[in-house]
Write a protein that binds this ligand. Structure first.
Ligand code: GCB
Length: 604
């Protein structure tokens, strides 16, 4: 019997299993289904709907199949109008836009098929685990529909015990990246809507009663107390469990309660705390008679006190940069392996950053594991961006589900210090209600980290050179974070020196974006837009201006690398790229990179 508080996702069809097991499954290797998959591009969705636009799924409910499902011709005269075997191949993980030239701008359905051999062990469970599919996935195994998942950047899985065959198996996924008004994100964004099975796929095998969730976190710096919990998939009472951290010579012998859960707490003076200067991680092992899991976990605290952010009780200035999950060098797109993730974080390190904002959606898990190892604090975010359908309950549930999935996936990452709920959303009642509800949900899952949202600043009425932040959401979150583009949109960088700030909240102030577009290699006067000199000048003036803010605790300029966006069409300058990167899409550093690098190296 499985218990979970995330049943709502199931009812609304966001995932056919409970988000609650993500953490206990995602750290297992399993059988990789990465590599070549066959695809059929299906802009009219003919594999899903018949000519009366009725889903094949609904018609043949018993088998819950679809037309593009490897259906075998019953007789030689049966009409079958597709053939996966003769269709194109594509690499998984990967986006289709940069792998197949005709799909560069494509938004719609592509069917994916993978054939694989498997040999299920007796008395074990099997799961198919997807790290992410953008945006909607309908998944079928051996002709049977497993379920649907909505949301392009978070993991999901299906229990395929008794469904997976000994020998040959066929996994089919209908991937649809059409933008939707009621979607999260909605129709309008400023990034490329890469489609596809963009992250890893695995078959995972577990014992029948497996470790489905675990969490260890530091409660107190003074007493070095670590609190934790472990959840097993079954609610059997009295299952023996051992948690050990060999380097600390800790071994806790525990028993589950009648919810299959156990809570524990220990302290040890020997504990070294995780920080950017010393990103210490400990190997943690959890074992039962049937199952074992290991992870590398760092211990730290993060909290605010008045206008300060305290890491391990010490004030910290967040020297940040924003990053999209994209590696555009040589025409590439979505990050699809650990090397590319590492290159992005290595560039951030070269800037002397101790912090990154992973915008505007959850990035691949590798980024978080690397951030833990490399000592980089992280802001994680869900794609509640600009204008969401604030009054639509399904839209809310979708956002909540995506937030749950990323929070559960990364709950043991010491690097994650901030969960961010939204970006640049308009101040109005419906939006504030939606985001306040989302904030409450986040606190229920994890109240040991800071909550934020990238808000906006406004001109003070009658005083255009005085900037204020007036947003009821600022009362709900832990930081007053906002994006601002003085010197780029509607003004030039010389305005910065005239600006005064009035921010009345007794909370730390964080600037989640600033920046200017710049074509690498274009040089000219510092007042000439798109030149490296203009961007450099804007960075100098903005850093000076932000230094005047009382309670400033850091910033994350926009952005590390130029990134693709369909909004950015200016020929010879943008050519489909937002050019606010400090590094070009070919990996070349612009002049402003060195301004920020120097500032961060000198900043205490
Ligand atoms: C913003 C958005 C970001 C855009 C950026 C820009 O405020 O949060 O997604 O890409 O501005 O370049 O205008």
């Amino acid at each position: 019997m499985r218990i979970s508080v995330f049943v709502t996702g199931l009812i609304l069809g966001f995932s056919s299993t409970f988000a609650g097991d993500i953490n206990g499954l995602s750290s297992r290797e399993g059988l990789s289904l990465n590599g070549d998959w066959k695809i059929i591009v299906d802009p009219y969705e003919n594999g899903y709907y018949n000519y009366r636009w009725l889903p094949f799924d609904a018609e043949t409910h018993a088998s819950r199949s679809a037309y593009f499902m490897d259906s075998k011709a019953q007789s030689p005269t049966d009409l079958i109008e597709y053939d996966f075997d003769k269709s194109k191949s594509i690499q998984v993980p990967g986006d289709w836009n940069t792998q197949i030239a005709q799909l560069y701008y494509y938004e719609g359905t592509v069917w994916y098929r993978k054939k694989f051999d498997y040999s299920p062990s007796e008395n074990k469970k099997q799961f198919i685990f997807f790290d992410a599919v953008n945006y909607k996935a309908e998944v079928y195994l051996n002709g049977h529909k497993l379920g649907t998942h909505t949301g392009g950047f978070t993991p999901f899985y299906f229990d395929v015990t008794n469904r997976i065959h000994k020998g040959s198996n066929s996994l089919v996924v209908k991937v649809d990246n059409k933008r939707l008004k009621e979607g999260v994100p909605t129709l309008n964004t400023d990034w490329w809507n890469y489609g596809g099975i963009t992250r890893k796929v695995r078959v995972i095998e577990t014992p029948e009663n497996f470790i489905s969730d675990f969490e260890l976190k530091l409660e107190s710096v003074e007493s070095k107390t670590v609190n934790g919990h472990i959840q097993l998939s079954d609610t059997t009472v009295g299952v023996d469990l051992v948690v050990s951290i060999p380097e600390l010579k800790k071994e806790l012998k525990l028993k589950t309660n009648d919810s299959g859960r156990v809570k524990f707490s220990f302290n040890t003076k020997k504990l070294e705390l995780w920080s950017p200067e010393n990103p210490k991680l400990y190997s943690v092992h959890i074992t039962t008679a049937d199952d074992e899991l290991s992870d590398r976990i760092g211990f730290r605290t993060i909290r605010t006190e008045g206008k300060k952010i305290l890491l391990n009780n010490e004030p910290v200035f967040l020297k940040g940069i924003c990053i999209h999950e994209e590696y555009p060098v040589d025409g590439q797109g979505r990050v699809n392996n650990a090397e590319k993730a590492k290159q992005l974080l290595t560039w951030a390190k070269e800037l002397n950053c101790n912090f990154v904002r992973l915008a505007h959606y959850p990035h691949n898990e590798e980024m978080l594991r690397l951030a833990d190892e490399m000592g980089i604090m992280v802001w994680e975010e869900v794609p509640v961006y600009w204008t969401i359908d604030w009054t639509n309950e399904d839209t809310y549930k979708n956002a909540e589900n995506q937030l749950s999935e990323v929070m559960l996936r990364d709950r043991n990452r010491a690097s994650v210090i901030i969960w961010s709920l939204a970006n640049e959303t308009p101040v109005n009642e419906n939006r504030t209600k939606f985001l306040t509800r989302l904030a409450e949900h986040a606190k229920n899952i994890d109240n040991s980290r800071l909550l934020s949202a990238a808000m906006e600043r406004h001109d003070k009425e009658g005083e255009p050179h005085v900037y204020v932040v007036e947003d009821p959401l600022a009362e709900v979150v832990d930081l007053v974070s906002f994006n601002q583009y003085t010197g780029w949109y509607g003004s030039t960088p010389d305005l910065c020196s005239k600006i005064k700030w009035e921010i009345s909240y007794d909370k730390p102030v964080f600037i989640s974006e600033f920046g200017a577009g710049c074509k690498q290699g274009l040089h000219g006067d510092k007042m000439h837009r798109w030149t490296e000199e203009y961007q450099e000048y804007l960075y100098e003036e903005t850093i000076e201006m932000l230094g005047q803010i009382d309670g400033l605790c850091g910033f994350s300029p926009w952005i590390l690398v130029d990134f693709r966006s369909p909004r950015r069409v200016l020929p010879e300058i943008q050519d489909d790229f937002n050019r606010k990167g400090l590094i070009s899409d070919e990996g070349i550093k612009k002049k402003a990179f060195f301004v920020l690098q120097k500032f961060y190296s000198e900043k205490e």
